[in-house]
Design a protein around this ligand. Structure first.
Ligand code: GTP
Length: 367
């Protein structure tokens, strides 16, 4: 009997379109299928990897940089090899491309792989229904990505009225290859069967779970320890605007700023910073720690996409105070000024740490 190859699906879409949300949905609805995940973050803090990490123990992260810029493919090949090991019993591999990656580069790399256990499984292009017109005006190359897609997910359907969604679906249908399905979704809730054959859930998932993921993770850590941090030939997140990238890539014009702080952030100053963010600052993601009474052990996950701003509030993992980690991505932005703006939000005055200082944040918060 011919060996069954593991499909490798590329999940692409512009910054903030909802790729991580969709991926988490798939992981939660995978039935008995085992999904191996590769996350390709943009920016030196692996926010996407962290947002998926709680859901999956088979994840490997490409870390700091843009996969599409990697000069050789060995890094991706290495990750795919590990996930495709028979002992891992992975049924499908999903690569979440950074929001600025060129899907055709990723597809080319998968097709060029000499690993016979894997097969290219298609491109899923996630589109933000509320931002599509603006994104396309600024990035006409989105058309090229849509033309490569095997499935287009018109995400954030909840943010757009029905007639506008119908018009968008028609437009996407015209841009894509004839016959490419366009499905609407809110919060990435698509039927996983659209992407892969879902196995029924096995009775004893625990036994399977223990089989090899630990090995994979350990394997990964050992390799991490063994090699220098960073990407070598690829570009680093913060460095993408420094000219390492090939011409014509979506992200050549983009800067990213990474910011970390151990002390809590001042909620009012941070809201002031966010309310006055420059136009070109298209995407902010990460986690914020506040020091106000009653909020210290909460995790504020922040997302800004265009004009949209939201904090998702959950108890901090392990109930501990966690550092603030933010990645800001934009075009025509002044990274130094943004960094200075965030630096000024570090909370130094203890008397400010009263509950009411959080009101501005809570206007955008969702539990
Ligand atoms: N209203 C609404 N918000 C959504 C939907 N899907 C995702 N979001 C929100 O949009 C923001 C970005 O979602 P992500 O899943 O992080 O997007 P992404 O494509 O992974 O982002 P990048 O990693 O920056 O490219 C988050 O605040 C999500 O909660 C949706 O269908 N409707």
């Amino acid at each position: 009997m011919a060996k069954r190859q593991i499909p490798v699906i590329v999940l692409a879409g512009f910054l903030g379109s909802g790729k991580t949300t969709l991926l988490n949905h798939l992981l939660g609805r995978s039935g008995g299928s085992r999904i191996g995940v590769v996350v390709n973050d943009f920016g030196s803090i692996e926010i996407d990897a962290m947002s998926v990490a709680g859901q999956v123990d088979s994840m490997v992260s490409l870390g700091n940089g843009c996969l599409c810029c990697a000069v050789d493919t060995s890094e991706l090949d290495g990750f795919l090899d590990r996930l495709a090991r028979p002992a891992a019993r992975i049924d499908v591999i999903v690569i979440e491309a950074s929001g600025l990656a060129e899907p055709q580069e990723l597809i080319r790399m998968i097709l060029a792989s000499d690993n016979t256990s894997i097969v290219y499984g298609g491109l899923v292009e996630v589109v933000d229904a509320a931002e599509f017109a603006r994104t396309r005006a600024r990035h006409p190359e989105i058309d090229r990505h849509l033309a490569l897609a095997d499935l287009v997910v018109l995400n954030k359907a909840d943010r757009v009225p029905e007639d506008a969604r119908t018009a968008l679906r028609e437009e996407l249908g015209r841009i894509g290859r004839p016959g490419t399905p366009v499905v609407e979704a809110s919060y990435g809730r698509v039927d996983p069967e659209l992407l892969f054959d879902r196995k029924p859930r096995e009775e004893d998932t625990e036994a399977i779970r223990q089989l090899s993921f630990e090995d994979l993770v350990r394997d990964e850590r050992e390799r991490e320890d063994a090699r220098e941090h960073g990407h070598g030939d690829g570009c680093s997140g913060d460095g993408c605007a420094e000219g390492h990238c090939h011409g014509g890539h979506l992200h050549t014009a983009y800067d990213s700023v990474s910011f970390t702080a151990d002390e809590p952030m001042d909620p009012r100053r941070l809201m002031d910073f966010l309310d006055n963010r420059p136009d070109g600052l298209y995407r902010i993601k990460g986690y914020v720690r506040f020091g106000a009474a009653g909020h210290r052990r909460k995790r504020y996950e922040v997302h800004a996409v265009g004009d949209f701003l939201r904090f998702y509030v959950t108890p901090a993992a392990r109930g501990e105070e966690e550092p603030t980690q933010l990645v800001l991505i934009g075009t025509g932005i002044d990274p130094d000024a943004l960094r200075a703006g965030l630096e000024a939000c570090r909370h130094l005055a203890a008397e400010d740490a009263e509950e009411h200082t959080m009101w501005g944040v809570l206007r955008y918060a969702q539990a």
